[in-house]
Write a protein of this length. Structure first.
Length: 340
């Protein structure tokens, strides 16, 4: 039997072993529900489902805690990829959610994949690294996994059009990557012409193009174009008009669409899960946004079924080339991407 002093040491060791076992157990559970990854053209691995955090209710002057909770719930539910942007004004809340999850042993930083984006008023080469450093400070991180040019257009600080070539911006992105501030670099909202011009004139090929893809805006040409060039596609606004968009004239499908309901019944899933799986089965990485704990969990419960190629085609037939995100106010700005 240990004497008094040794007994205290013995109890201390037992407590440490118990806590360590508990932490490993928690980690095992969450890692087990991890989403699979897409291998990017630079060798980095990007988890296929990302939690969307844009369109929360945060503003620059009024941040809210809902994003902090959603990030935590998402990591708890098995997400390893979080999507944010400087313009969402929620990087501090995203960072707090990540810090909470790490502090509670749900994950390590290395197990997470964090994407953020450069806003349009920071497109000069010398502005890119400082802009990313500012995002990192807000996120409380040393590096992000993916940094994207949010739009190919550039604006002045007052929002009026500027004329910075995105090739110049890309040089700043390459600088950021060389400094180790981001593991991968990519773009968002680039059309096929812009993707080709970027590839033809840069040292580092974009790893990702993040664009809108959903059943009413299937983007088959753009998606194939990117995938053929080794550029992975992240799908934003993945639900399209399935969910309430305050637009009664928006084209189908809605949540109760008979085609989707039939597939949902077949696979014992919801119609929103069918739409997310449709995107995954096209090789895309959807970014569902939710601040609701139950829906966050539902939106990653996608890996025990898959659609047949015929079912993917059936959903493609909803296409009307109608966008959820259509910033027409920029249509006369240089490099406006949505003409194609
Ligand atoms: N690169 C870009 O230019 C760009 C542009 C737009 C968006 N994005 C990114 O993509 C993310 C997603 O896009 P989004 O926010 O436009 O659209 P979305 O994810 O297609 O839709 C979000 C809406 O769907 C609801 N919802 C979520 N899960 C649901 C479910 N299982 N069933 C029913 N309703 C559900 C959400 O409400 P609750 O929160 O109440 O669940 C919210 O109202 C953004 O958050 C952002 O990260 C990028």
């Amino acid at each position: 039997m240990p004497d008094g002093y040794n007994l205290r040491i013995w109890k201390y060791i037992c407590k440490k072993v118990f806590l360590c076992k508990k932490a490993c157990y928690v980690r095992k559970l969450t890692v087990a529900s991890n989403a699979p990854c897409i291998e990017l053209n630079d060798g980095n691995k990007m988890p296929v489902v990302a939690l969307g955090t844009g369109r929360g209710t945060a503003t620059e002057s009024a941040p809210v805690d809902e994003v902090r909770h959603s990030v935590y719930w998402a990591i708890e539910a098995g997400y390893r990829h979080i999507d944010t942007a400087a313009i969402y004004f929620d990087e501090p809340q995203v960072g707090q959610g990540i810090a909470d999850a790490i502090a509670n042993n749900l994950v390590t930083r290395e197990e997470l994949f964090i994407t953020t984006k450069l806003w349009n008023d920071k497109h000069r080469r010398e502005q890119v690294v400082p802009a990313l450093k500012e995002s990192l400070k807000k996120l409380g991180l040393d590096y992000v996994d993916l940094y994207l040019i949010h739009f190919p257009i550039s604006v002045k600080e007052d929002g009026s059009p500027d004329n910075v070539d995105y090739l110049e911006t890309w040089q700043g992105m390459e600088d950021a990557r060389e400094l180790g501030l981001t593991r991968s670099i990519g773009v968002s909202n680039f059309n096929t012409t812009q993707i080709d011009r970027l590839i033809a004139n840069s040292k580092v090929r974009p790893a990702v193009n993040q664009v809108e893809v959903n059943p009413t805006n299937t983007q088959e040409r753009l998606v194939t174009h990117c995938q053929e060039r080794g550029v992975a596609v992240m799908a934003y606004s993945p639900f399209g008009f399935l969910v309430s968009r305050k637009n009664p004239d928006a084209p189908p499908p809605r949540v109760d669409d008979p085609v989707l309901v039939e597939m949902a019944n077949k696979y014992k899933k919801t119609t929103s899960q069918i739409v997310l799986r449709y995107l995954i089965d096209r090789g895309l990485a959807p970014i569902p946004k939710s601040t609701n704990k139950k829906r966050i969990a539902q939106n990653i419960d996608l890996f025990d079924f898959s659609l047949t190629p015929e079912e993917v085609q059936q959903i493609n037939k909803f296409n009307k080339n109608v966008r959820v995100i259509h910033p027409k106010f920029w249509k006369d700005y240089p490099n406006y991407p949505f003409w194609e």
